[in-house]
Design a protein around this ligand. Sequence first.
Ligand SMILES: *Cc1c(COP(=O)(O)O)cnc(C)c1O
Length: 457
Amino acid sequence: MSQEIPYKIYLSEDEIPTQWYNLRADMKKKPAPLVNPATLKPLTAEELSVVFCKELVEQELDENTAFVDIPEEIRNFYKMYRPSPVVRAYCLEKYLDTPAEIYYKFEGNNTSGSHKLNSAIAQAYYAKKQGLKGVTTETGAGQWGTALSMASAYLGLDCKVYMVKCSYEQKPFRREVMRTYGATVTPSPSNTTEIGRKILAEFPGTTGSLGCAISEAVEVATSTEGYRYVLGSVLNQVLLHQSVIGLEAKAALDKYGIKPDMIIGCAGGGSNLGGLIAPFMREKLRGENDYRIIAVEPASCPSFTRGKYAYDFCDTGKICPLAKMYTLGSGFIPSASHAGGLRFHGMCPTLSELYDQGMMEAVAVEQTSVFEAATMFARVEGLLPAPESSHAIRVAIDEALKCKKTGEKKKILFGLTGTGYFDLVAYQKYNDGEMGDYIPTDEDIQKGWASMPKVDL
Ligand SMILES: *Cc1c(COP(=O)(O)O)cnc(C)c1O
């Protein structure tokens, strides 16, 4: 096609997908099921329904339906901030002097500042439909809690957020956005739950972890009438909702006949990457097309590149189901000096299985090089990226620079998951030259593994 490619490729409102795509449907070998830690048997819908909303449980367990209708109400909410644009990073290409074409799908164009709203509204919708009073959740960096607060306010649901303590202290403004949307925000570990009190007694002075906060939120959901727990990443249902990112991206690129050679995304629990690659991975799984798919994780929390593929707990309190995933062990707590998000000890089972099958690659990057990329991107492309997103920017830049050496005109698509306005403490550290590159030793990682369940599944 000779058509000039615009800076921004927009779809119209009517082109927002009407269905989500379930990646598992096209996987011959499916991801391993969630397992009950007491019986070591796959969890049933009944067991899961104690913790999660009914329709979300169905989505969680359904590995065969490829396309799931997006309810009209959710699509209407999507219209407030979607479709999100695919941007051609002309300025970055010019700055790097690369023959590569760089595209990014920008998900930060809503108040929560990230892609998390795509699943938050879906989960809040099903909770409301079930007649629940409220939802509980954890939040690390704060984007998920913000997104869920927004969705809950929109639908009139109560929202209780357990926020990892170091982040609660570092990001008071994030907390205020959540409170403005009506959520209750508690720093975790807290003395409001049994598990929180136990963790505090065992590790006084701990700055918390996502795993701890999950335990507290689940405890509150299961012990409070009319409440369920919702999770912003890792689960299959979240990947399903996030497929809206990839479906839109592919539709936009298809308009101009652009086929990316590689697709790059940051990976915390794996939801944005799972969503971005969904329709591309579909073609790859069906043998229709090939793409290089690259997950980027922090060197300080390297679940793919240094983790084990095994059943593990999803939370520190060990009350959640076991999931088979690439993991550092639920007892692994990344260094508090790590500022860049993506702190979860494991990776979602679907991406873990695809990685194990060799369908995708992973690289770990150090945080100062991530902030270097973030700063370069902010200066030439104008957007201040979230530190998490900047992991993907780092590798997109590295790949574009490889093309400069070889002269290859590769087409690179990466996910720009959010904006970094609430991460200025991290930017400040970087600007002051006070940011370090903490990389766990093999011993640290062995310690994390020691916390894994002693089961052979
Ligand atoms: C939560 C978050 C991530 C990482 O989560 P995934 O589930 O791996 O997508 C990445 N970027 C931003 C901006 C986030 O808020």
